[in-house]
Ligand binder design. Structure first.
Ligand SMILES: Cc1cc2nc3c(=O)[nH]c(=O)nc-3n(C[C@H](O)[C@H](O)[C@H](O)COP(=O)(O)OP(=O)(O)OC[C@H]3O[C@@H](n4cnc5c(N)ncnc54)[C@H](O)[C@@H]3O)c2cc1C
Length: 411
């Protein structure tokens, strides 16, 4: 039984089904609008610096004063948030970055292969393209920051190219932007996440996996220290193994069980244009503002902001406006573009306080496995996480060390 039909849940379903398990996926929503559908679609092993990185605490405090900043914490009297923030502050340092970058790189690279494997077997295209990912910089200061950050990618063996404005112009002469340069990660790829998720769902259904939307898991059914099923909004269901892939909601569900899994949902937004006036040839992040721009087939998506404001699904108009302002300011072809009528999308990134996912068996309750907390990298790490989940359940040696991802590391 898998709780959650996002990219981690469906990838786990794929590998468990292929390992011979009879799999059921339950989701509290319709699965069409989860965090795994409206994101920026980067599969980016180059991103080896976790969210809890040196300098993030100072940046976060400064940005809290600016309602339009790319990163925002809504102050609340909430003990979970305070504990999460305290743990985040303890990890946002150089030592943690050095200890994490290798682990993230290994998981990302194996995950990129796993996704390609699923794509090949199922034939799902989902506008997949390998055109790298450019960090496009408009100021020298941000270019210097990006070059510094790219040194971590180089250190773990990623391909990195520092580009001038002329180099970038040559990559797409029709795309006018005022840049000082950029950092290109040629090994990164991108995909249309909604189309990928839709294709994967169809493929799983076609192979006999049961997928049940609009059914909330409200608790775990246990006998002694063994899991035997789940309580749901549609009644009790039996299960010998339960894999929790509940994204940003995972901490709440475990809390009911008396287990602690620090988790905050970090809301982000995106806008998708069906007929964009200019469709860039490659994906890029406007690094000065942390706004992602991704061509996805015939569509163009703008995505951004990271807002710690609980699991409140309402959209913050100021922050939505900021994404569009950045696009209009940075890409002249969009200066007079009329965005009215384009429906924004919002999703919650599931964030652990140290920026690393939770992947592993939950000690003390046989039959419970956790696979969540992938923060800004769920599309990148989802397929590989599914592969690791299947290895854990079948008892084979996981292909990489799961020690950095232990789900009980903050117990
Ligand atoms: C704006 C934005 C841009 C992003 N861009 C990228 C990117 O370019 N590249 C990248 O790698 N990542 C990106 N991400 C991050 C990525 O989208 C997430 O990390 C990923 O989608 C998380 O997948 P998931 O399966 O863990 O969670 P989700 O997709 O949230 O799925 C969890 C599912 O569990 C269900 N669920 C929860 N609790 C229960 C319950 N009790 N009972 C039943 N069902 C339950 C939910 O309904 C949900 O469908 C971005 C995120 C955002 C917001």
């Amino acid at each position: 039984m898998i709780i959650g039909g996002g990219v981690v849940g469906l990838s786990s379903a794929w590998y468990l089904h292929h390992a011979g398990y009879q799999v059921t996926v339950l989701d509290q929503g319709d699965m069409l609008s989860s965090c795994s559908t409206g994101n920026a679609g980067y599969i980016c092993p180059s991103h080896v610096v976790p969210l809890a990185a040196p300098g993030m605490v100072a940046k976060g405090l400064k940005m809290m004063l600016d309602p339009k900043a790319p990163f925002y914490i809504r102050p609340r009297m909430n003990t979970e948030l305070w504990r999460w923030t305290w743990l985040f502050m303890r990890h946002a340092n150089h030592r943690h970055l050095m200890a994490s970058r290798e682990a993230l790189a290994s998981l990302s690279l194996m995950s990129q292969h796993a996704r390609e494997e699923i794509g090949m077997i199922t034939g799902i295209q989902a506008d997949y393209a390998k055109r790298g990912l450019l960090m496009a910089c408009q100021t020298k200061g941000h270019l210097a920051q990006e070059i510094e950050e790219s040194e971590h990618a180089v250190a773990v063996g990623m391909d990195v190219q520092i580009l001038t404005q002329d180099d970038i112009r040559a990559m797409d002469p029709a795309l006018e932007m005022d840049l000082v340069g950029g950092v290109l990660y040629p090994g990164d790829t991108h995909i249309h996440p909604g189309r990928w998720m839709g294709g994967l769902r169809e493929a799983l259904l076609g192979e006999g996996v049961q997928i049940i939307p609009n059914t909330t898991v409200t608790g775990l059914l246990t006998r002694g220290n063994q899991i035997v099923g789940v309580h749901t909004s549609a009644g009790e269901m039996e299960a010998g193994e339960v894999v929790l892939c509940g994204g940003a909601w995972s901490g709440e569900l475990l809390k009911k069980q008396g287990f602690r899994l620090p988790m905050q949902g970090a809301k982000g937004y995106s806008f998708t244009l069906d007929n964009p006036p200019v469709l860039p040839k490659f994906p890029f992040i406007l690094a000065d503002y942390k706004v992602a721009v991704t061509p996805m087939g015939n569509q163009l998506r703008f995505a951004g902001t990271l807002e710690l404001a609980g699991l409140d699904p309402s959209m913050n108009q100021q922050r939505l406006d900021r994404i569009l302002e950045v696009v209009q300011k940075s890409i002249p072809a969009y200066r007079d573009y009329d965005f009215s009528g384009i429906q924004p999308w919002a999703g919650f990134r599931p964030c652990s306080p140290d920026g690393l996912p939770y992947i592993g068996r939950w000690p003390g309750l046989a039959g419970l496995t956790i696979a969540t907390g992938h923060a800004m990298l769920g599309m990148t790490l989802g397929a590989g996480t599914g592969q690791l989940v299947a290895e854990l359940l079948t008892g084979s040696e996981p292909r990489l060390s799961l020690a950095p991802f232990r789900p009980d590391r903050f117990r």
